[in-house]
Design a binder for this molecule. Structure first.
Ligand code: MGD
Length: 705
């Protein structure tokens, strides 16, 4: 109310971490009606750069699913479907069959769970994936292994893709793709296996063998792009290069290939506009606290400059009061002062906010800085909500329902808490939010919600109505009504409509773009916003490409902090199969089963060092070590392990909580158990998508303590 009285509603901020799809009540509607532009999600500390390649080649900003049971070749890039990436449960279930049916090759600096079961492990030097991807593309074209029914062919059928030679564009007739010859001329023609061998640290024969195996399996040949090659300072173009292989072999949208999401029919909440008064409208017009859209932070989600979040940069926005100070903030199911690189900046930023609230199930590093902690229901057992998943050619919309009784007095984060806040605001003279929420009527009875419990249920019924109300039926599973839907708990879509998007992709040309007119338009629009050229955008975002290269998938030398002499190793960050993002560390099973991650030890937090390197440093397995990067340090245990290439050190993300319950921290509030990787990862960005860079981004040194 004070912010409203002072025309400062933009100084309110909402931060969200993991969520259900009732999120927009708290995240979007409440923030808008209060009058702030500052709803900051965790998306860009998660995987936005992974979506960049698929969007700027085939017009799809989202997670893909893979038709693994029909694939003949699966090429994985920093994706570990048995442990992380999506959906671990489904892929773990079928992987035994997949291993028997398809050749699996995995590009990974570390011997991951999936690498342990693969036919080929390509232990690449971190950050060099783009080089391997363009070399594979080169080989596919030179060997004539592209999929002609998708890409097309030379008009006379003679393959003119000869190493080192440019090709006349007019002699090639494309069918469902755009710019294959231009891509060859601008980037691929010299990118031989031998060229890539030097850069990637992989044998040329292996590169050749993998490329040919992959090409021979066309179109049932998946190129599966995980976060590894993409969540890097120059990862946007690696994301494109790795994903573009799906276009060359006709695997995009095809049987045994890479697929987008099936359609689902959940609806939207009522629009907030008529409940936004003049104060709110004015407040919402301010620049966002994460500074997205500035020259060096294009964050061009789905083709629109400044539309993607730059989660981790919000800390700097708050600290530097740039564009302004934040006075009131709520965070829910997030823990940015642990989970974001260089979290010490978040500690200072959160300390600066005069009134900070955390909605959480348990005290965490974020709660530590909060003035009020609002205890939340557990999302799996005590909350109304729904989530969406894909993975096997179907879409599933799954209900979350309260199935146990609350033990204490706590409320649902995304529905009950905003309702209760709305009631209090109404009592204090601002009833717009409550009046808005009262429009979320029960679709069965038409009744407006009278309290927070009814609101939570009606909101869910309202947005899922198309799935359960037979009179609104649009496709997929059919139910007789809410009662049956809530009893069964999940709606399944129709099967995947293969090849429906061929020629109809959401790119500028409708085609799979090897020369991305879509990225060109987006970069030109960002450049125009700032009155500069695209080359200046490239420079400001730390990319090396100039001219036309900015619009094609291409190789960029990795951007890694730290002088090689002082910091001899490159850090390899990775997730555990047991990680629920940053949330597992207070569970005994996390430590009891930790050794199911290759190279890990029970009840320990180990840095995995190649024995060749460890011996040179006089470090034995079990020694306590301090790892230091140019931006911070952590303490953990050393482990000799051949599953990392010399010159790299792999350490799993997840431990190092200093305020997260009696198990996760050795001494709550004082001493962490293990080390938090983010303490050594610098706050750097893949700026075109706004993503935080986790991989290939920092060099480290190790000393025995
Ligand atoms: P978490 O760290 O999982 O989420 O980062 P965040 O979005 O910040 O923290 C969520 C917090 O929510 C918990 O700490 C707990 O306090 C609270 N909580 C737990 N359960 C519930 C619940 O049911 N309801 C509510 N309201 N609160 C709950 C996640 C982010 O971390 C992601 S998505 C990824 S992919 C990144 N992974 C990653 C990595 O691989 N390496 C490194 N170094 N850092 C990473 N950070 C990123």
């Amino acid at each position: 109310m004070e912010l409203r009285d002072n025309d400062e509603t933009h100084k309110y901020m909402l931060m969200r971490g993991r969520y259900s799809y009732l999120r927009d009540i708290l995240y979007d509607r409440m923030t808008k009606i209060i009058g702030s532009p500052n709803n900051i999600s965790h998306s860009s500390i998660c995987a936005e750069a992974e979506k960049f390649g698929p969007y700027y080649t085939e017009g799809y900003w989202g997670y893909r699913q893979y038709d693994v049971l029909k694939a003949h070749y699966i090429l994985l890039w920093g994706a570990d479907p048995l442990a992380a990436n999506r959906q671990v449960s489904y892929y773990s279930k079928v992987w035994g069959d997949v291993v028997g049916k398809a050749t699996i090759a995995i590009v990974e600096p570390r011997l991951s769970a999936s690498a342990g079961k693969a036919d080929e492990w390509l232990p690449i030097i971190p950050g060099q994936d783009g080089a391997l991807a363009v070399a594979i593309a080169h080989i596919l074209l030179v060997q004539g292994l592209w999929y002609r029914p998708f890409v097309g062919d030379f008009t006379d059928g003679v393959n003119r893709f000869v190493p080192g030679k440019t090709v006349d564009e007019s002699g090639f007739e494309e069918i469902y793709t755009h710019g294959v010859v231009r891509w060859w001329n601008l980037e691929l023609k010299d990118k031989t296996a031998e060229w890539a061998a030097d850069i990637t640290g992989l044998p040329a024969e292996q590169i050749q063998r993998v490329a040919e195996g992959y090409g021979n399996a066309a179109p049932h040949a998946i190129s599966w792009v995980g976060g590894g090659p993409c969540m890097q300072v120059r990862g946007g173009y690696s994301s494109m290069a790795c994903h573009a292989l799906n276009g060359l072999v006709g695997a995009a949208d095809n049987v045994g290939g890479t697929l987008v999401s099936n359609k689902e029919y959940t609806g939207k909440f009522p629009a907030p506009d008529e409940f936004m008064d003049e104060i709110a409208k004015k407040g919402k017009k301010h620049e966002k606290i994460d500074q997205r859209g500035r020259l060096h932070l294009p964050a061009i989600k789905s083709g629109k400059p400044g539309s993607g979040v730059v989660t981790n940069n919000a800390a700097d926005g708050i600290l530097n009061e740039d564009p302004y100070d934040i006075k009131v903030a709520i965070g829910y199911m997030n823990n940015f002062s642990f989970s974001a690189p260089q979290p010490e900046r978040w500690e200072r930023a959160l300390s600066k906010i005069p009134f900070l609230v955390h909605i959480t199930t348990n005290a965490s590093e974020f709660s530590w800085f909060s003035d009020i902690v609002l205890p939340d229901t557990h999302h799996m057992f005590e909350k109304w909500g729904y989530v969406k998943s894909i993975g096997n050619g179907y879409r599933h919309v799954t209900l979350m329902q309260p199935i146990v009784k609350n033990v204490w007095d706590y409320k649902i984060d995304e529905t009950e808490i905003p309702w209760l806040i709305a009631e209090k605001l109404a009592q204090k003279g601002f009833d717009n939010l409550l009046r808005h929420f009262q429009t979320y009527q029960d679709p069965e009875t038409g009744k407006a919600p009278a309290d927070e419990k009814e609101f939570a249920l009606y909101a869910l019924k309202l947005v899922t109505q198309n799935l359960w109300d037979p009179s609104q039926y649009k496709g997929g599973d059919k139910f007789s009504g809410w009662e049956e839907f809530s009893k069964i708990g999940v709606w399944n879509s129709d099967p995947y409509p293969f090849r429906k998007r061929w020629g109809n992709m959401k790119t500028k040309t409708g085609m799979f773009e090897f020369y991305s007119e879509t990225l060109k338009a987006a970069l030109q629009s960002h450049a125009a916003n700032h009155g500069v050229t695209v080359n200046e955008v490239m420079k400001a975002t730390n990319y090396l490409a100039r001219g036309e290269t900015a619009f094609i998938p291409h190789y960029e030398e990795p951007f890694t902090l730290g002088d090689e002499k002082e910091y001899p190793f490159v850090h390899v960050d990775h997730k555990s199969r047991l990680n629920r993002e940053g949330r597992s560390a207070n569970c005994t099973w996390y430590y009891d089963f930790k050794d199911l991650d290759p190279g890990e030890e029970l009840w320990a937090d180990v840095a995995k060092i190649n024995p060749i390197d460890a011996r040179k440093l006089g470090i034995e397995s079990g020694d306590r070590i301090k790892i230091t990067s140019p931006t911070g340090s952590l303490i953990c245990t050393a482990k000799h392990w051949e599953g990392v290439r010399p010159g790299t050190v792999a350490k799993c993300f997840g431990q190092g909580h200093w305020a997260y319950g009696r198990l996760a921290s050795e001494e709550f509030g004082k001493k962490p158990r293990g080390g938090n990787n983010n303490d050594i990862i610098p706050a750097q960005y893949e700026a075109l998508s706004g993503s935080s860079a986790y991989y290939g981004v920092t060099r480290i040194k190790i000393v025995k303590i």
